[in-house]
Design a protein around this ligand. Structure first.
Ligand code: GLA
Length: 382
């Protein structure tokens, strides 16, 4: 397969280590079409893996050390598999965290040297960190020889976020990076981890709309949302908000304080919208899917309160174009990207229109691109 980054990590490896790599691994980012802040409530999500990814060229070493070079940060780092301690927030922490978690479940790891490069913007809501985690797992697999199992590996990647980095994220990002299917989004049941592929409606494309704002220091706000959801679940007497239907919510939410009630209403209605969106995709109906995406955005903006002025501005601009079926923020929120469902043959004029209108309104320069649903994390043996 021809890809600029594949070539780039290969060449950089040869330059740095004086020999060709033995493996190239790739793990994609994702865009979530609908089902936001539902995963850590055991709910439903509908993301697709995108044609932007983290790439690693590597070869095994005969030692217990891992030597890395991050092209995007012009940073080199190394660590010992027998002395893993977290130091800071540098990119190497993700790889170190992966090593620690894999060893904690008794997988025997070997050392390697590699170069890493990606084209997923960081902090933009497209899961650059999950991609790096899944690429690192694939890299350890390539040299250590354990068996890949997508749900198991996704859960281990999630533990890196939860335990090594302290962010109480759900399973969506790692799962779609691990298990993505070309040409399809996946309905993921975040309780059972069952997957159901769903193609975009015929004649439509997903356009990622990057506001060019980046989320920062949102760990606290994200973890706080999760606690609010857990408090709401306790009120309903269930383990997770996944277990509350829209009807139950309406019948039994009056006693909740206003904030907790709105947080819960988002999750409960978003789960219902996500299942309806999957049906709309099965029926190839872009209008219903688009309308559900818009309702999702409103709920995230007003009830869950994770949208921003920039995200609202780009979503409004998208909605004004006649080729747009629906648009919403995507990912955790607090900055980053939105996604629009757009008529494929009008995607270019759509992008120009949104760019112009968004810049007029905000003074910022966005980046819009059509993305293709791609395969999940893979290893190429050379
Ligand atoms: C981040 C987290 C995911 C998910 C989304 C919001 O991407 O990593 O687990 O919670 O936010 O839907």
């Amino acid at each position: 397969m021809f890809n600029d980054l594949r070539l780039s990590v290969h060449q950089a490896f040869v330059q740095r280590f004086g020999a060709p790599p033995t493996h190239i691994v790739r793990a994609p980012g994702r865009v979530n079409l609908i089902g936001e802040h539902t995963d850590y409530n055991d709910g439903f999500v509908l993301p697709m893996a995108i044609d932007r990814a983290a790439w690693v060229a590597l070869r095994p070493t005969n030692s217990r050390r891992v030597h890395l070079h991050f092209i995007d940060f012009d940073q080199s780092a190394e660590f010992d598999l027998d002395q893993l301690t977290r130091v800071d927030n540098a990119p190497v922490e993700y790889v170190k965290g992966v090593a620690a978690v894999l060893q904690s479940v008794d997988l025997t790891l070997s050392g390697w040297e590699g170069v890493i490069q990606g084209d997923i913007p960081i902090g933009a809501g497209l899961s650059s960190s999950a991609a790096l985690e899944m690429a690192a797992i694939r890299a350890f697999e390539a040299v250590s020889g354990f068996t890949w199992d997508a749900p198991r590996m996704a859960k281990l990647g999630q533990r890196v976020e939860n335990e090594w980095l302290g962010l109480q994220t759900g399973i969506m990002d790692q799962m779609i990076s691990a298990a993505g299917q070309s040409g399809h989004a996946l309905l993921i049941d975040c309780r059972s981890l069952d997957l159901k592929p769903a193609p975009l409606p015929p004649g439509t494309v997903a356009v990622v709309m990057d506001t060019s704002t980046r989320r920062q220091l949102v760990h606290g706000k994200y973890n706080e949302r999760r606690q609010q959801c857990e408090a709401a679940a306790a009120h309903f007497g269930v383990k997770m908000l996944r277990d509350v239907s829209v009807e139950q919510f309406e019948a039994d939410s009056d006693a909740l304080d206003d904030l907790t009630r709105r947080r819960a209403r988002h999750v409960v209605t978003e789960n219902a919208r996500t299942l309806a969106a999957y049906d709309a995709m099965q029926q190839g109906d872009p209008r219903i899917l688009g309308a559900l995406m818009e309702a999702s955005h409103e709920s995230l903006r007003d009830d869950f309160e994770v949208s921003t002025d920039a995200l609202n501005a780009i979503v409004t601009a998208a909605q004004r174009h006649p080729a747009c079926y629906g648009a919403r923020m995507t990912g955790a929120g607090f900055g980053g990207c939105a996604v629009a469902l757009v008529m494929a043959d009008k995607a270019e004029s759509f992008a120009q229109f949104v760019e112009q209108m968004y810049t007029q309104q905000t003074g910022l320069t966005p980046a819009l691109y059509v993305c293709q649903a791609s395969e999940g994390a893979s290893i190429e043996e050379l």
